[in-house]
Write a protein that binds this ligand. Structure first.
Ligand code: DGY
Length: 423
């Protein structure tokens, strides 16, 4: 890894810094603060600017709803170049947020900052953030798992962070499209339409937003009325990892009641995640909780139980073997959907392209599972593809071509993080 790449990554984070929060890209595609982007970007700042890393998370929690939900977007400034913006969402205190959430990586990131900066410097931040994190996790179990299954439901593909994964196709097709919004889209003005979700998907994405808006975004109503409702294996694996990290943080501040509460979350979700393992197929699957059907599509979320709990690698050697087979078929690890499948599209957003943030999660699980060889391949590919194709939003796993937005914050952050690891 050359010093040039590190310098370029730092320059991107500095350029995308809007003062206390970072936009995902300066190109205009995403002119606001995104929840999981922001948390993962803090891991990049942590390598060169401690205060800025904490500020990223603290700004994000400034947008937390009174019921504990942490929105997927906080709009801080001019949002006219983004669709759907505040005029469509009309959500949150002051009308400055979206009305849905995103994968809960925050507790994991806060623990990473704590471990990097040490107890003395981190404890005041942990003291302020841990109760907010607990409120968010509690919200997942009350608002999104009222039936006590141990899995939190997502009610919009955007909540998964993997917007147009083939895993959501059938559940999304069952949603009414609503009025066509193709002419209102802004994203296709910044990135080639062929690498973005389709307009048929967008019409449904927006109709879901309008349905939730009409229900006043009331958490006690949305679960029951949501026309799209999925127990996403990737999302719940991220939640479970965050539960473990939150438990650690609550322990740091001696919150006994909090640790006991999170222990109960962990126990419930541990059993439920194992219930998603399909022995015959050797993979973890999501479930459509409206129809009760298992969604037998191998998306990258199905590998994330490794990140939740590295013991998954020992329990299910077939899972790691499956990942190895995926990697044999691509130039750049890790494709976001199983290569060779009819639904696999190597250039279209979450239907095949490589995303460095998910690479980091899988690599982290593999390292902790003792598979440093495989982790090293993922690390090498991740840094190599950026060196070749730039700090793009995502990459074609077959050709290594860079796709989507340019000078991308979380790609820069992951390069900084991965560069600091030893194989
Ligand atoms: C987008 O606008 O593409 C985002 O992924 C939705 O939050």
């Amino acid at each position: 890894m050359t010093a040039d790449l590190t310098e370029a990554a730092i320059a991107i984070l500095r350029a995308n810094d809007r003062g206390g929060y970072t936009v995902p890209t300066s190109s205009g595609l995403y002119p606001a603060q995104w929840n999981w982007d922001s948390c993962l970007v803090a891991l990049g700042f942590a390598t060169f600017d401690e205060d800025r890393a904490w500020a990223e998370i603290e700004t994000l929690f400034g947008g937390q709803w009174p019921d504990g939900m942490l929105p997927h977007i906080l709009f801080h400034g001019d949002d006219s170049s983004y669709f759907p913006n505040t005029a469509i969402w009309q959500a949150g205190p002051g009308g400055r947020t979206s009305g849905i959430t995103q994968p809960p990586v925050a507790a994991t990131v806060v623990r990473q900052l704590f471990e990097r900066f040490g107890v003395e410097r981190s404890r005041p931040h942990v003291r302020a953030l841990a109760p907010k994190l607990l409120a968010w996790h509690r919200w997942f179990y009350s608002a999104r798992d009222p039936e006590g299954t141990g899995l939190a439901a997502i009610i919009h593909p955007w909540e998964s962070g993997m917007d147009n994964s083939p895993v959501w196709d059938a559940a999304l097709a069952a949603v009414e499209p609503g009025p066509s919004v193709a002419h209102l889209r802004k994203d296709t003005g910044f990135a080639d339409a062929a690498v973005r979700p389709t307009s048929a998907e967008y019409d449904r994405y927006i109709n879901l937003v309008l349905t939730f808006r009409a229900a006043g975004y009331r958490a006690d109503r949305l679960y029951g009325i949501a026309p799209f409702r999925v127990a996403d294996i990737g999302f719940n694996a991220i939640l479970q990892r965050a539960n473990r990290d939150l438990r650690f943080l609550l322990d740091v501040i001696d919150d006994r009641a909090g640790t006991a509460e999170v222990d109960r979350m962990i126990a419930r979700t541990r059993a439920a995640l194992e219930g998603c393992w399909d022995e015959a197929d050797g993979f973890y699957y999501s479930r459509d909780t409206r129809t009760g059907e298992v969604i037998r599509k191998p998306g990258i979320g199905g590998l994330l139980p490794l990140y939740a709990d590295p013991a998954a690698a020992e329990r299910h050697p077939a899972l790691v073997a499956r990942l190895e087979r995926w990697l044999e078929q691509v130039e750049v690890a890790v494709p976001s959907f199983e290569p060779g499948r009819p639904d696999f599209e190597p250039r279209r957003y979450w239907r095949g392209p490589v995303w460095l943030v998910v690479n980091w999660m899988i690599l982290d699980g593999l390292r902790r599972a003792g598979r440093r060889d495989l982790a090293a391949r993922i690390r090498r590919d991740s840094i190599g593809v950026v060196a070749r194709s730039g700090f793009r939003e995502y990459f074609d796993p077959i050709t290594g071509e860079g796709l989507g937005g340019t000078d991308f914050s979380w790609t820069a952050a992951m390069v900084l993080l991965l560069a600091g690891l030893e194989d």
